[in-house]
Write a protein of this length. Structure first.
Lengths: 622, 257
């Protein structure tokens, strides 16, 4: 019988003990004595969130296909268990074999959002691994980061031995081979390994680079401090999507995960080029999986897991070439098997409404539109290729189809936003509500229509045309939300409208992390030591503690948020070669200011530079 | 068509809660291709019910799950197919058909029997043999305060105790009714609990179900109260042995249909 790392007394005390016991169906069992490499894969948030992440499942599958490697999982212990582990000095452990993380060769941490940064420190702290890379001993695990936040890893550079920049499927095997070879030949020394690893495409070893700053705080230079270490690190991209590893037997959790279903990734990247969207840039070029492969994967994964629901994963499902064939195939298969289908990121049109009326209860469900901005001027600025006619036509079809609940997503604080643009958010919503009353005759209405507007505050992200844009102080964001709210109340159909807005102070902190440099790391460590963690969870987020941390570390947050950057400034992430040309981003930034729309990749190539990566939409015929 | 599945729950799986176990079984049924019957409606669900939820941390060698299926399948094949979809800590022991008019196990549940021990906090000066004799074999009412979500009320639990014995871990077979499977493989022997040969172990046979539900913790609390000894219910280890329905001849194991 497996011995658990936590005692019965603790497991009976903590919330959802099943988060910590491993042993889930499809989890991989190996004898650790028979492998050369032990890899602990971590999502630094609670189990239910971490288990919902597709990327980890892909790497888990890929690593465990190697006979010489055993990849196990670890997630953030919830604060109740965290307190017990600190008090009783219980080291953090892997789920599969319940082994202390410090005994592993690698600790891989996926970085999906900035607000998990303090949880990285929680993981290291509970594992008894020194928080700072510079303090680690030979026998400590190599700490490697990956995921979307590595497109600017600098704020957390001091905590990592390496970063993997790009899609994990391409270079990880080379890294593991190198490690195994150096270990076997007795040549392994931590620093020697890191220097060797920096030669592998996509591997960034922050300790091998020095940053100098100008008097005004901007970066003066960023260069390797060891000869032959590459100046630029090349983003890794999978070209042959059909033959890339995929988790056909994903681990099935006991506790209900956020994503409690089969996830079918249909494509990577997006053709749209919305100027605020980091994912739309860093996953270029758009690459589809073939319909034949997806049919096979869907059936196999349903069979191997027993899930009663399947969902498509993609940035914009409607843009998948054979979306109609795929959805019709799934509807047929799933009807027979009594399986639910969830179809996120579908554009509202007659096809998608027809499909949705088949897979959900029209009376109970709501439809989601993401106009992102209220005015056409702002939608042009952000390159959301969506006109008011598109929105109104979609809404009309939806109302005719029987829906009366609509959710609308917008952003506030976009570059160049004027008061008029803010007021357009409720005004557009009001026009949609009016359309309902015009479209649906009284006798067919089930009460009022319900239009829910939701705004998030815009955070400029690296590698987007808005990477140079300024942000605002929390009070200014709230002022803008108030304008939306006040304008809503003046609308004729205000009783059909409701409005929710995002927390403003979290936005500012996210903005600091997103475009911060290496100097930020000190404040993250300070904040963690003062008790900040689970910052992505409203009930644990404490903005005052963060402000105190910046002050204590001599950091001026405004330097990172309130400044519009010159396009000539050296940005902390410039050492990455993502394939996206700087000239393209500068041009898009100018087009945004001029309110000019850029066509999508299917219409015309705009020369972003990613064609040089050799695949995807850039090479499709027709 | 109705069928009853008997299964065990032990090891790390004892920390998996009732609803999560239900979801685990729903997925296992699909993987094993059991032809489950579904409810009507927009989100059909499998027709499936447990006889009685098992508390988190409790082990069992006699749990029951009733299902409805759309076509007859071979019972042995079903056990085999389901066991291929289990994880360490749950195993399927039997699959048997019920008459179409059979009440489900939840409705017919009338009693459960348990082995009870100390996880920790065992007071070795206690004479449990004498205490149980005093407590159970005297015929006086045993009045306890039963707390529900709404109210507290005083009840006599004596009629709910069908049997109560004490022995020691090393001789637990003497406590068990004849024909029972050896509980040892399901008990958490390596968790450092008070499961040494000489440690006390209780056999409790208690009424259960919607009417007269007596939990082992409540009975053990009453016992200790009578003894005048402090008692912390979180120190108690509980292992469920079997569940019973009532008929004119008394109590019958759920496994007998």
């Amino acid at each position: 019988m497996r011995k658990l790392a936590l005692s019965d007394e603790i497991l009976m005390k903590v919330d959802k003990a099943a988060r910590y016991i491993g042993n889930e169906f499809n989890s991989v069992q190996k004898d650790p004595a028979t492998v050369d490499i032990r890899f602990a894969m971590c999502f630094p948030d609670v189990y239910e969130i971490g288990m919902s992440h597709l990327g980890i499942q892909i790497l888990y599958e890929m690593f465990n296909r190697r006979e010489d490697t055993y990849c196990e999982r670890v997630y953030s212990p919830w604060p109740d268990l965290h307190a017990i582990m600190k008090e009783q000095a219980i080291p953090l452990f892997s789920l599969e074999t319940q082994t202390a993380i410090r005994a592993f060769d690698f600790l891989g941490i996926t970085l999906q959002y900035e607000m998990c940064y303090t949880n990285i420190l929680q993981i290291l702290d509970l594992s008894n691994i020194p928080l700072l890379q510079a303090d680690r001993a030979e026998e400590d695990p190599l700490v490697i980061g990956g995921g979307p936040c590595v497109y600017n890893p600098e704020p957390i550079a001091d905590f990592f031995d390496l970063f993997y920049i790009g899609e994990g499927e391409t270079s990880y095997n080379a890294l593991l081979d190198l490690y195994k070879e150096m270990k076997a030949s007795g040549k392994y020394r931590r620093r020697d390994f890191l220097i060797e690893a920096s030669q592998i495409p996509g591997i960034y070893v922050p300790s091998l680079y020095d940053v100098d700053y100008n008097e005004d705080g901007t970066i003066a230079s960023f260069k390797p401090n060891v000869t032959d270490v590459p100046e630029k690190v090349k983003r890794q991209v999978v070209i042959d999507m059909d033959n890339a590893p995929y988790p056909m037997k994903p681990v099935v959790p006991y506790v209900r995960a956020t994503q409690d279903r089969v996830v079918l990734e249909i494509q990577r990247g997006c053709i749209r080029g919305c100027r605020f969207c980091q994912a739309g840039m860093i996953y270029r070029p758009n690459r589809e999986k073939s319909f034949e492969i997806l049919k096979d994967y869907a059936i196999q994964m349903l069979e191997n897991t027993g899930y009663d629901e399947i969902s498509l994963s993609s940035l914009s499902s409607s843009d998948y070439t054979q979306i109609e064939e795929l959805v019709n195939f799934l509807i047929d298969e799933c009807n027979e098997r009594k399986i639910n289908i969830s179809l996120p990121s579908l554009r509202i049109d007659s096809f998608s409404l027809d499909v949705m009326s088949k897979v959900q209860d029209v009376n109970k469900s709501s439809l989601t539109f993401a106009p992102e901005a209220g005015s056409q001027r702002m939608r042009n600025t952000i390159n959301k290729g969506l006109t008011e006619d598109d929105i109104m036509n979609g809404a009309k079809l939806a109302f005719e189809g029987g829906w009366n609940k609509v959710k609308l997503y917008f952003m506030l604080g976009l570059p160049g936003e004027e008061e008029e643009d803010m007021r357009e958010i409720p005004e557009l919503s009001n026009r949609i509500a009016a359309l309902y009353y015009d479209t649906v005759p009284k006798e067919n209405r089930h009460g009022k229509c319900q239009i829910t507007m939701s705004t998030s505050f815009f955070v400029p992200k690296p590698w987007t045309p808005f990477q140079w844009a300024r942000m605002y102080e929390p009070g200014e964001y709230l002022r803008r939300a108030k304008i939306v709210n006040d304008t809503m109340k003046q609308q004729l159909n205000h009783k059909s409208l409701s409005y929710q807005w995002h927390q403003a102070d979290v936005t500012v902190l996210e903005g600091i992390f997103a475009r911060g440099d290496r100097r930020i790391g000190k404040a993250i460590m300070y904040a963690y030591e003062q008790g900040c963690f689970f910052d992505a969870w409203g009930e644990y987020f404490n903005y005052d503690k963060w402000l105190e941390a910046f002050t204590a570390c001599g950091i001026d947050p405004d330097f990172y948020t309130m400044r519009e950057r010159e396009v000539t400034e050296i940005l902390p992430w410039d050492f990455i070669d993502t394939g996206i040309r700087r000239e393209f981003l500068v041009h898009e930034w100018e087009q945004a200011k001029a309110g000019v729309v850029t066509p999508n990749c299917k219409m015309r190539c705009s020369g972003c530079g990613c064609k040089s990566l050799g695949g995807g939409i850039c090479y499709y015929e027709g | 068509m109705k069928a009853r599945i008997r299964f065990t729950k032990s090891d790390a799986l004892r920390y998996v809660g009732h609803l999560d176990l239900l979801r685990f079984f729903q997925k296992a049924m699909r993987r094993a291709h059991i032809p489950m019957k579904f409810s009507e409606g927009f989100h059909p669900h499998q027709i499936m019910s447990f006889a009685s939820p098992l508390g988190v941390g409790v082990t069992s060698q006699g749990e029951y799950l009733d299902i409805e299926i759309t076509e007859e399948i071979d019972a042995k094949e079903a056990v085999k197919a389901l066991n291929e979809q289990m994880v360490d800590g749950v195993s399927i022991r039997s699959f048997s058909y019920l008459p179409d008019n059979a009440k489900n196990s939840m409705a017919s549940l009338a009693a459960c029997d348990y082995l009870v021990y100390f996880k920790r906090g065992l007071d070795s000066s206690c004479d449990y043999v004498g205490a149980v004799k005093d407590f159970y074999e005297s015929k006086e009412p045993i009045v306890v305060t039963k707390k529900t979500k709404k109210s507290e009320k005083e009840i006599d639990i004596r009629p709910m105790i069908l049997d109560m014995k004490v022995g020691c871990v090393g001789a637990m077979d003497e406590l068990l009714p004849s024909g029972y499977e050896n509980p040892l493989p399901y008990l958490p022997m390596e968790d450092g609990f008070c499961l040494n040969d000489n440690d006390p172990m209780f056999y409790l046979f208690l009424t259960s179900g919607s009417m007269d539900n007596l939990k082992p913790e409540l009975l053990m609390e009453a016992l200790h109260q009578k003894m005048g000894v402090a008692f912390d219910p979180s120190n108690l280890g509980i292992h469920r042995l079997d569940m019973f329905a009532a008929d004119e001849n008394g109590f019958v194991s759920m496994s007998k249909g």
